[in-house]
Ligand binder design. Structure first.
Ligand SMILES: Cc1cc2nc3c(=O)[nH]c(=O)nc-3n(C[C@H](O)[C@H](O)[C@H](O)COP(=O)(O)OP(=O)(O)OC[C@H]3O[C@@H](n4cnc5c(N)ncnc54)[C@H](O)[C@@H]3O)c2cc1C
Length: 401
């Protein structure tokens, strides 16, 4: 038998070529470092599987791939209350998955030090001594192993959380059946809440005849996809879109208010993306936070440092988000009321700063004043462990019956 060739050693293995993995690899490719990097993902193609939206001003590195933007965003409930927010200099911007993937892959292809291995799933990781005597990580993957000095692991993982944002959307060609403003997105419309949580419709008007329409549910447990899709289809029918032509679909479940620590126990491994704490607890937005992390992480690597993790959430923001999510769990039937109170009672620029991680003390005070006092005061103590345990017990009970 021929001798088995020694496993190659790379400077960095990135596990997962999704939003976080590609963002980091693209940033590394656009720098002038010479780290040898391998990017591994079981997918074999990059389909138009999702879209990313965020608030931003006019200038940023991904401006060229923004497909749409809107100057306003609307909150509305089923009772007819509504508020449309506009903030000078800021727009709500939309990037199609397919455009993001194309951009990142083109950046990566320009750099010989970066290798993208598709159709390969990473499995077990362990600490190892590398041939030069330094510490590293062994990545067991389909088709062999990779030895890496450092690993950035963005593989999705299950997380226990206070609330799960479960959503399912369709991009539809509706021939004008949906009449909405074209310069404002429906951020949270048709909001209603009951004992089983909040539901709302997210509408991005992409042209007079095309829109992305998403049904979202906040739930204490992850909901089955079939449940969310059935509810989505009922909303589409209520909006007169039952016959609209579906161009593509997207959906998922985002944990809000995770209770586990986003850190790896293996030396040399950094978790990133949703797995590493990129999702903002109170909103489920992560795209811009991933871009900021990718820049910081690429800069750290270029300086010869270890890859950077997502920054720890500042204490005040963590507490605000926790209290809000606990209040949602304590009174799911009041969730729509809470969102409408903030939309109508907080100045748009203040609420936007809160949503985009830039809140000042004045913004936080304004949000607190807009909300009913007693239900939120009751949530000052940290009840997360108890609430998560109660949700899993209720779920186990439902499954066993
Ligand atoms: C449909 C959808 C829409 C969203 N829209 C927005 C939005 O509008 N704005 C916003 O801010 N946030 C949004 N988010 C939240 C967040 O931005 C996204 O989830 C984002 O894709 C997270 O990036 P990620 O790299 O952590 O995960 P992903 O992009 O999901 O990438 C994870 C990668 O890991 C790969 N992988 C899985 N198993 C393995 C394995 N064993 N080995 C190696 N690789 C593996 C997967 O194939 C995937 O490519 C959305 C999320 C979803 C699901």
């Amino acid at each position: 038998m021929p001798p088995v060739p020694p496993a190659e050693v790379v400077d960095l293995a990135i596990l997962g070529a999704g939003c976080a993995g590609l963002s980091l690899a693209a940033r590394l490719a656009s720098g002038d470092g010479d780290l040898r990097v391998v990017l591994i993902d079981p997918r074999t193609e990059f389909a138009d599987d999702r879209s990313w939206s965020f608030w931003h001003h006019d200038r940023h590195p991904l401006r060229n791939i923004v497909a749409h933007e809107w100057g306003g965003w609307t909150y509305a409930d089923l009772a007819g209350r509504t508020a449309t927010h506009r903030v000078p200099g800021m727009s709500y911007q939309y990037i199609r998955g397919v455009d993001f993937y194309r951009w990142a892959l083109a950046e990566i292809a320009r750099d010989d030090h970066l290798e993208l291995r598709l159709g390969v799933a990473a499995r077990d990781l362990s600490s190892v001594t590398l041939p030069d005597g330094s510490r590293g990580v062994r990545v067991m993957a389909d088709g062999g192993e990779v030895l890496a000095r450092r690993v950035v692991d963005t593989r999705p993982r299950r997380s226990a959380a206070l609330v799960y944002q479960c959503f399912s959307g369709v991009e539809v060609e509706h021939g004008g059946a949906l009449t909405t403003e074209t310069d404002a997105v429906g951020l949270m419309t048709r909001m209603r809440s009951g004992a089983d949580g909040l539901g709302f419709v997210y509408v991005l008007p992409l042209s007079p005849t095309r829109a992305l329409v998403e049904w979202t549910r906040f739930s204490p447990v992850p909901l089955a996809e079939s449940v969310v899709v059935a509810e989505r289809d009922a909303e589409l029918a209520a909006l007169g879109l039952a016959e609209a032509m579906v161009v593509r679909e997207e959906g998922g479940i985002l944990p809000m208010g995770r209770v586990d620590a986003p850190a790896s126990e293996i030396e040399g491994v950094v978790l990133a993306g949703n797995a590493g704490g990129a999702l903002r607890d109170a909103s489920g937005y992560a795209f811009l936070r991933i871009q900021q992390w990718a820049r910081r992480c690429a800069d750290a690597l270029a300086r010869g440092e270890d890859p950077a993790a997502h920054p720890v959430e500042p204490w005040v923001r963590r507490q605000m988000d926790r209290i809000f999510l606990q209040a949602v769990r304590a009174h799911p039937e009041r969730t729509a009321e809470y969102f409408m109170a903030m939309a109508r009672g907080v100045a748009p620029h203040r609420l936007l700063r809160f949503l985009t991680d830039r809140a000042t003390a004045g913004d936080l005070a304004s949000i607190i004043v807009s909300l009913p006092l007693l239900p939120f005061l009751a949530q000052l103590p940290d009840h997360r462990a108890r609430l998560v345990a109660a949700a899993s017990a209720a779920r186990a009970d439902r499954i066993s019956r």
